[in-house]
Design a protein around this ligand. Structure first.
Ligand SMILES: *Cc1c(COP(=O)(O)O)cnc(C)c1O
Length: 379
């Protein structure tokens, strides 16, 4: 059996979790939380980082920081995870869905202007598979119309746009350390990055349940109390300790994942050259962070057949998002806003993801490649 994903353990996780337990400081914002946040700030130059309990929570904090009013519009790609849209809907905003590009599932920056109205406040590019959206184009549209940009970088750790780390370009960004991502904080976890000074103080307050406790602990104020909105977004030190073990091995994890990605890319060249499938396209401005290897099949029937063929050999290759603009929730509440987004629908029907995790062996990868090539030999 080859699963789709298997979380990698570096071997140090339990050790650091044990340390966290025996220092007696288990709640958030302790030694391991600070080490992780500092790691990200130093390695990627994010102005400020806050560890949170999930990528979803990081997105919810971003949405709160945008200070939205009912009727404000937020542009989100339809080909994404539910949380990207839901975080903003929960703040009372209206989500306007954008279509994908033909060359990859990211939102098409050249079509952004047509979605902007006087009520637009935020653009949320999602770096699908860790591959950058065209951030220069998106930032210049945002600047022209006075909009905020929140990067959904949930899949985009250690990936770059023209040499700049993803998550450092928009005003705010969200990363995920769910067990299906490149690194995990023990199953669930996330990171909020704040790149615009205006949001730094308020982000700490939202993080600390609406109190100015972080300032109090720094000695900046002599008592703390309720000053704003907020919630419980801090992860336990146990999760931060787990994440720290992964961060110590980040380079090794990344190079292994990219090697696996490369092996798939090589092995599937022929059927791609014959036009039977499309392989991921990395634009010249982007990098590959080895988060995901996917194929784009010619149609739903071929994809269904391919998934079934791999399943017969105990190999799990799942498809991915269903179009959010056609979801039960969105059509029920925002039916009048639903427009055709054909490229999003195409990826919903045709994209399939291959197993990719640290411990996947070369023999296993070869087996997957062979089976896919055999499947297409007669097609
Ligand atoms: C994983 C993911 C999320 C949600 O992250 P969680 O940590 O699972 O809450 C949001 N957006 C995208 C694009 C994701 O891949």
């Amino acid at each position: 059996m080859i699963p789709f994903n298997k979380p990698y353990l570096t071997g140090k996780e339990a050790h650091y979790m044990y340390q966290a337990v025996y220092t007696g400081k288990l709640s958030g914002n302790g030694v391991f939380t600070k080490k992780c946040q500092q790691f990200f700030e130093e390695k990627y130059g994010f102005k400020k980082c806050l560890l949170v309990t999930s990528g979803t929570d990081a997105l919810e904090m971003c949405a709160m920081l945008c200070d939205l009013k009912p009727g404000d519009e937020v542009i989100v790609p339809s080909y994404t995870f539910v949380s990207t849209a839901l975080a903003f809907l929960r703040e009372g905003a209206t989500v306007i869905f954008a279509d994908s590009m033909d060359s990859n599932p990211n939102l098409d920056a050249t079509k952004l202007e047509s979605l902007i109205t006087p009520r637009t406040r935020v653009i949320v590019p999602v770096h699908y598979a860790g591959v950058a959206c065209d951030m220069d184009a998106i930032m210049s549209v945002a600047e022209k119309h006075g909009l905020l940009v929140v990067e959904d970088a949930a899949q985009a750790i250690d990936s770059y746009y023209k040499g700049r780390p993803l998550g450092s370009i928009g005003h705010l960004a969200a990363f995920s350390f769910h067990e299906t991502k490149n690194i995990t904080a023990g199953g669930e976890g996330g990171l909020l990055t704040i790149n615009d000074e205006r949001f730094v103080r308020r982000s700490e307050i939202l993080w600390e349940k609406g109190t100015n406790r972080a300032e109090f602990f720094r000695g900046a104020v002599n008592k703390y109390g309720w000053v704003d909105m907020g919630s419980s977004f801090l992860p336990s030190e146990i999760n931060a300790a787990f994440l720290w073990a992964q961060l110590e091995n980040l380079d090794e994890i990344q190079s292994r994942r990219k090697r696996i990605w490369g092996q798939y890319y090589e092995g599937l060249q022929d059927i791609a050259a014959q036009g039977k499938v499309r392989l991921p396209e990395i634009p010249a401005y982007a990098t590959n962070n080895g988060h995901m290897f996917y194929l784009v099949c010619r149609n739903l029937e071929e994809r269904t057949g391919l998934i079934a063929c791999l399943k017969e050999h105990d190999i799990i290759a799942p498809f991915h998002y269903l179009s959010l603009h056609k979801s039960d929730y969105y059509t029920r509440h925002y039916g009048e806003l639903v427009r055709e987004l054909p490229l999003c629908d195409m990826y919903a029907d045709c994209l399939v993801r291959l197993p990719l995790f640290y411990e996947l062996s070369e023999e296993q990868i070869e087996l997957v490649i062979t089976l896919i090539n055999e499947y297409y030999a007669t097609r």
